[in-house]
Design a protein around this ligand. Structure first.
Ligand SMILES: [Zn+2]
Length: 213
């Protein structure tokens, strides 16, 4: 499976908030909800999203990860751990017992950029000594804290009759940055009729950018 830019954008939202709804993901990725839904089911079928938690397979996602052990002066661990947490490449920071008292999990596109990150960023951090760096070769279980169970089985519901929408390209109304979706032309027309005043004020405020079906 080759991840495209949309897949990555969707995963990024989900890694931050595994409970984001289809609509929330759509709003944050500038995609339509049906598009998000299609991408999600494609990633699910490919096995990239396994079961109910998004285990990012290091091979499928073209990423490698490594556990890097660091030695940090005991009185500095909290400060150092905090500043390490800010790196986008670091997906986990663990303070542990032992001489190597901080372990970070680093994600990179390939071995080269992993090494570059370790050598150019980690090693140069104040009070940090890189002790070892081990690349993950297989991830058998990696549940972390995210749950996709609320997202994946979700279906889009009609904004008028609240029935599940089965069409791949539902009727919609774009109101500024967000979309409303309808199962059929009748629901869309009924919604427009019933909400004429609301829509008129939205048009005045933000402008309807698309009213096509
Ligand atoms: Zn409907």
């Amino acid at each position: 499976l080759n991840l495209d830019a949309n897949d990555r954008a969707i995963l990024e939202v989900l890694m931050k908030d595994g409970r984001a709804s289809l609509r929330e993901i759509a709003a944050r990725t500038d995609l339509t909800a049906p598009t998000v839904s299609l991408h999600l089911s494609r990633m699910q079928r490919s096995g990239l999203i396994r079961g109910f938690s998004p285990v990012l397979d290091p091979v499928a996602s073209h990423h490698i990860s490594a556990f890097v052990k660091l030695e940090v002066p005991a009185q500095r661990t909290d400060k150092v751990a905090e500043s390490l947490s800010k790196f986008e490449q670091i997906t986990g920071v663990f303070v542990t017992t032992g001489k190597e008292n901080v372990t970070v999990r680093v994600v990179a596109d390939d071995v080269e950029s992993l090494q570059e990150f370790v050598n150019k960023e980690l090693s140069r951090q104040a009070d940090v000594e890189v002790v070892s760096s081990d690349i993950v070769t297989r991830a058998l279980k990696d549940a972390r804290d995210v749950r996709l169970s609320d997202v994946v089985p979700m279906r889009l519901k009609c904004d008028y009759c609240h029935q599940e929408i089965t069409a791949n390209r539902p009727y919609n109304i774009k109101l500024g940055p967000s979309y409303l979706y309808f199962c059929c032309r009748t629901c869309r027309r009924s919604y427009l009729e019933r909400n004429r005043a609301k829509i008129r004020s939205a048009v005045a405020r933000i402008g309807i950018t698309s009213l096509h079906s």
